[in-house]
Design a protein around this ligand. Structure first.
Ligand code: GDP
Length: 535
């Protein structure tokens, strides 16, 4: 192997940090993303993020926009340089765009930033996304946001993370006061206090002055009571709290915690600096040939997401590929593990918030968008050199279910073809009732948008108008041991038994409570919210 290529790959990997933000709507993901981009000097992109916020719209508008622009607005990777590092921020679609793709994006991330609203603590969407991170043992960095507003006590928030997520916490900085009394944060790395001062022009940008802990200005600058409270808390976390253990962070067992206010851009730089030091660089990926190192000289990667163009005039699809090893070059020919065919990757795209720009090369840790003339499926491995296949992407727990009906028998063939192709693409999961008499497919999705996309595309691409009949279930669990294990349990009440596309049994429950009830009645039954990959 050329040592030149080896050195080039090594340098590229050293410089790269890749992460996704996991949060609940309104915690401040868009705001934090904007601020992070400003540090990377990517003002243009920051504007683009803002533009997207104002486009937070009903799904029907989303369709119109997709059509108008002819490109996807739901998934992007923001790339920016900071302190000689290249940072790839994988955008996890939220709000109305929340879908299985949000989970799949985490399959391409090396690190996750868990963004929490200080007043609300852990919220449902964050917990769900956390579960997916946990499955992959991703390092989690916590940013507690909105300290400029009244919130819950920092000790209580750390306790919640420890108790409910089972993560050890290490506070990298510590807040002094909160809300109107917010005075700043103490950075344990530099042992300096960063004073928070609201600027005169509204509350948008705060002034950040760093002073040493022994600085006499502290006593006069900080309100007396708060300073002592802060000293007490600091003593507590320094005495009783654990040391920062980077190995535990990298295994997803300990989370470094930061406090700040994204809106006023306070604490964001401290966070970013520490993140660059602590985050995992692109690492090895498990394959059927063992672990593949990023510096392995042959190109390889996997498809974690497919995006269809909504414009009927341009029915191209984009396959999002996470580069795992080697160097990607424009026009290169690769092998597709699933089919054994070769594919020329002719129009690679780098993905920005809004624009797409053709790229010439990419390295491990990067994401590229490939124009996909229907050859790729979710989880596909592409590679050069020795044949290898990465692990694939699991099915994530759907929460919305509906029968999909085609009222027009003459369209039966198109309907069947459409449903099957959309499923393969990963637009939605398809299940069938275990009761053979009920033949209509059941759409199973994580977000409402997925249903609308499926119906829209069936009509536009396959000429089939469909109707949906909602089912009253919100929880899906795959059964370990399959049909056999299920049979042993006998009749189960308050559930619907369905089978997934691989004929595996899935139990649908009306709510979490019903699911827990079954678990306590039958502790021998092992239920999974995420389905293992079918190889
Ligand atoms: P997203 O839904 O997670 O993308 O959240 P946004 O970034 O859109 O923020 C939701 C709301 O919280 C907006 O009104 C923001 O201005 C506000 N917000 C975000 N960060 C902060 C912060 O640090 N302090 C305060 N007071 N408000 C914030």
């Amino acid at each position: 192997m050329s040592t030149e290529l080896q050195a080039e790959l090594q340098t590229a990997v050293e410089r790269r940090r890749n992460f996704a933000i996991i949060s609940h709507p309104d915690a401040g993901k868009t705001t934090l993303t904007e601020k992070l981009l400003l540090y990377g000097g990517a003002i243009h992109e920051a504007g683009a993020v803002k533009a997207r916020r104002s486009q937070r719209h009903a799904t029907s508008d989303w369709m119109a926009m997709e059509q108008q622009r002819g490109i996807s607005i739901t998934s992007t990777v923001l790339q920016f340089e900071y302190q000689n590092c290249q940072i790839n921020l994988l955008d996890t679609p939220g709000h109305q765009d929340f879908s299985e793709d949000t989970y799949r994006t985490l399959a391409a991330a090396d690190n996750a930033v868990m963004l929490i609203d200080a007043a609300k603590g852990l919220e449902p969407q964050t917990r769900k996304l956390f579960e997916v991170c946990k499955l992959r043992s991703l390092p989690i960095f916590t940013f507690v946001n909105k300290l400029d507003r009244p919130g819950r006590s920092p000790l209580e928030l750390l306790d919640e993370i420890e108790q409910e997520l089972g993560l050890q916490t290490y506070a990298v900085n510590w807040p002094i006061g909160m809300g109107d009394l917010f005075q700043g944060v103490y950075d344990r790395r530099s042992q300096q206090i960063h004073l928070f001062e609201r600027s005169q022009h509204g509350s948008r940008e705060a002034i950040d002055t760093a002073i040493d802990l022994g600085d006499p200005r502290i006593e006069s600058l900080l309100e007396q009571g708060l300073y002592h409270q802060f000293k007490d808390e600091l003593e507590l976390i320094e005495g009783a709290g654990s040391e920062l253990d980077l190995e535990a962070v990298h295994q997803g067992k300990m989370t470094p915690v930061f406090f700040g206010s994204a809106m006023t851009n306070f604490g964001v730089e401290l966070f970013l600096d520490a993140f660059l030091d602590y985050a995992l660089k692109p690492g090895n990926h498990e394959s059927n040939q063992g672990e593949i190192e990023p510096t392995y000289p042959e190109f390889s990667g996997f498809v974690f997401k497919l995006q269809a163009n909504m414009d009927p005039k341009h029915r191209d699809r984009v396959a999002f590929v996470r580069v795992c090893s080697g160097k990607f070059e424009k026009d290169m020919t690769v092998n597709l593990a699933r089919t054994g065919k070769t594919v020329r990757l002719s129009r690679p795209q780098k993905l920005f918030a809004q624009d797409r720009e053709v790229i010439d090369e990419a390295y491990p840790g990067d994401v590229i968008g490939l124009n996909n003339p229907g050859v790729f499926a979710i989880g596909d491995t592409i590679y050069n050199g020795q044949k290898l296949e990465y692990e694939g992407i699991p099915c994530f727990s759907p929460e919305l279910f509906a029968y999909l009906r085609n009222p027009n028998p003459s369209k039966f063939k198109q309907f069947r073809k459409g449903v099957s192709e959309l499923r393969e693409e990963g637009a939605v999961q398809i299940m069938y009732s275990a009761d053979e008499a009920k033949r209509d497919p059941i759409l199973a999705a994580v977000g409402q948008l997925q249903f609308e996309v499926v119906q829209f595309r069936l009509q536009n691409e396959y000429g089939v108008e469909t109707t949906v009949e909602w089912l009253p279930y919100t929880v899906a669990r795959w059964v370990d041991g399959g049909w056999e294990a299920l049979q042993k349990v006998g009749r189960i009440f308050n559930t619907l038994t369905v089978k997934d596309s691989w004929e595996r049994p899935v139990l649908l429950f009306r709510n979490e409570w019903n699911c827990q009830q079954l678990q306590s009645d039958h502790p021998e039954l092992k239920l999974n919210s995420i389905a293992p990959v079918v190889s």
